[in-house]
Design a protein around this ligand. Sequence first.
Ligand SMILES: *Cc1c(COP(=O)(O)O)cnc(C)c1O
Length: 390
Amino acid sequence: MSKKKLSNEQIVTHLGDDYQKFHGAVVPPIYENSLFIYDTYEKFLEAMESEHTNYLYWRGTNPTVEIVEQKIASLEKGEKCKLFSSGMAAISAAILSFVKTGEHVLSISNIYGPTTNLFNYLEKFGITHTNVTSKNIEEIEAHIKTNTKLIYIESPTTMTFQIIDLPEVTALAKQKQLNTIIDNSWATPIFQNPIESGVDVVVHSASKYLSGHSDLVGGALITSEAFMERIFYNEYQLLGGIMPPYEAWLLMRGMRTLPIRMKAHQENALKVARFLENHQSVKKVNYPGLTSAPDYELGKKMLKGYSGLLSFELVSSKFEDVKKTINALEHFNIGVSWGGFESLVLSPNNGRNYEQLRQSNIDPGLIRISVGLEDEEELIADLDQALRNL
Ligand SMILES: *Cc1c(COP(=O)(O)O)cnc(C)c1O
């Protein structure tokens, strides 16, 4: 691969498409084959020596999948990327690659629920976990134990949208000889490149903005060549949560428009956030793109832009009002996930979990919306009519 700096637009549209290899096909094909054959046993044995650089079997490498891996590695300014069958497969592989029995993981802020559940699950293997909700570096440092191996970060988080000062945390991690992983799904590689801030491993749910069309589930892991070689032969191949070539091809198609989609999500979300901020039924909007956001200055340092997922808190924190607002929305569909073309809404409040919400510093009146690519005036009018009757 050439070392010259490519624009994000060039990467998603052309990098790795290798027209000559694919008979000039403008869209690379889907290699839907489980194995590759060799014309001599010598060549076969040679390939077996280094499976991560040769095509042998689909649980290792696949030409279609590799094109997308090359694009994502380049967007993230990392050396290598591997794609996984889901974001959770990528997250599990990343975590397991750094910890063993008797060791401890420190996570920061309100991380994704299933990731916390994974840390709880790992207790049965003797791997312990602490979550620190404070972003204060002294408090983070105070939670590091003698057996801590790893700091796990999500920034911005995807319910309250807090931002972590990455250079500050990675400097602490290096000083204490700890590894760092970040879930960068919210910002995407278009708006944040944590490897440049010294993070060891970046993980993504490709099911969100990377694919952008709510038509696949996948994950990505980006890291150095040295770490990746170890992960490839261990967590990638042995746990086997690999991305199939058809999903990779869909992801490649979705990613062609990633830079322009992110611009559009940002524009729409900023307008929606500003509208909500001034609405009488809304107490607070959690969106790092607003100049009123507590993390605005830090966000300007860390992020090149703001995606379309945000939350707001109703003046009323009654479950009845949360439910009423969500049911009144017509252009925001009720559903999990985010990052697709379509606007979505949900609340972490299910009417029975006040104590859990309190412990996570989540306001019971919090409603999360994924601002899609629809016309922003229609979205704003919809929010207005839903909030007006509170
Ligand atoms: C959805 C999500 C994941 C998990 O990704 P899957 O592809 O659903 O496995 C991880 N982190 C964040 C922040 C997410 O929103």
